[in-house]
Design a protein around this ligand. Structure first.
Ligand SMILES: Cc1ncc(C[n+]2csc(CCOP(=O)(O)OP(=O)(O)O)c2C)c(N)n1
Ligand code: SF4
Ligand SMILES: [Mg+2]
Length: 280
């Protein structure tokens, strides 16, 4: 275990009480327990309040474009499989604009962990309906209530071939940190959906609401895939590791066959004048 403060960076600008604080705390604790080396760790995010998490976590990081974190993470992991690559972002990022990347990263079983901070709303853009908003949910873009059924992200990931699927709650950062630790340790694609309230724009799915509408998994065999599907179809949110199976990763199957070491660092002269010269 290393000192948790090692992973501190800027002070978060999230609203007081935002669920994302709990996720950051849990991630830092998991990193500390695993002794993650910040110089060999990359936290890749999309766009959203949740995606700002890599500004507050001390490691390498890329704040990519909305919905494309999984695609960028795939490139990083394939260039250098020795890096610990973690993806994080919101429900909009993962389950709306990024859906296709989620499906394909899951079925490839790339060895990365993906933390989705699910607040059932678009937080950063000030409270529009999201793909996980409940039917009937009133927002500024759905004044008569949402007419759409919510996307079940963990179920989608499991159906797409994810080899680790879990759900945590940012109101319980200790359990969440244990889950994130297991997800990072897992060899293969790990999805962690986190119930992470937006206290500013979502006045329905609050901490209390999630407490009333979730339950702890007990005596569950996470290798039982059929049971995992059943659990994910429950009306209430099951908390814990829902599915886990060891399978060959994408890197083991493809990358190692053709390239036997990470792409080598090269000396690049980043002087802007030199770059301009090339295009003059
Ligand atoms: C291509 C593109 N489309 C739309 C946006 C506008 N946009 C920024 S964040 C966001 C949604 C954020 O919601 P979510 O991913 O759930 O993150 P949260 O802020 O709730 O944590 C949208 C639609 C954008 N930045 N880029
Ligand atoms: S708007 Fe919502 S999601 Fe964004 S920082 Fe505030 S509470 Fe968190
Ligand atoms: Mg959101």
């Amino acid at each position: 275990m290393v000192n948790i403060n090692l992973y501190d960076r800027d002070t978060p600008t999230w609203c007081p009480g935002c669920g994302d604080y709990g996720v950051l705390t849990a991630l830092k604790r998991a990193a500390s327990n695993l002794g993650l080396d910040p110089t060999k760790t990359v936290l890749v995010t999309g766009i959203g309040c949740s995606s700002k998490i890599n500004s507050y976590f001390y490691s390498y990081g890329i704040h990519t474009i909305h919905g494309r974190a999984a695609a960028v993470a795939t490139g990083i992991k394939l260039s250098n499989p020795e890096l610990e690559v973690i993806i994080a972002g919101g429900d909009g990022d993962a389950y709306a604009i990024g859906t296709e990347h989620l499906v394909h990263i899951a079925r490839r079983n790339l060895d990365v962990a993906y933390i989705v901070m699910n607040n059932q709303i678009y937080g950063l853009t000030k409270g529009q309906v999201s793909p996980t908003s409940d039917e009937g949910f009133i927002t500024i873009t759905t004044p008569y209530g949402s007419y759409e059924k919510p996307v079940n992200g963990p179920l989608l990931a499991l159906a797409s071939g994810a080899t680790f699927v879990a759900r945590g709650f940012s109101g319980d950062p200790l359990q969440l940190s244990n889950i994130i630790e297991e997800a990072i340790k897992h060899k293969g694609f790990a999805l962690v959906d986190v119930l992470s309230p937006c206290v500013t724009w979502n006045k329905i799915n609050t901490y209390d609401w999630y407490k009333e509408n979730s339950y702890q998994l007990k005596d569950h065999d996470p290798t039982d895939k059929k049971k995992a599907f059943e659990i994910l179809l429950d009306e209430k949110f099951a908390l814990g590791i829902i599915y886990k199976k060891e399978e060959k990763t994408f890197e083991e199957k493809v990358f190692r066959k053709f390239v036997h070491s990470p792409l080598k660092p090269i000396d690049v002269d980043l002087s802007i004048e030199k770059i301009y010269d090339e295009f003059r």
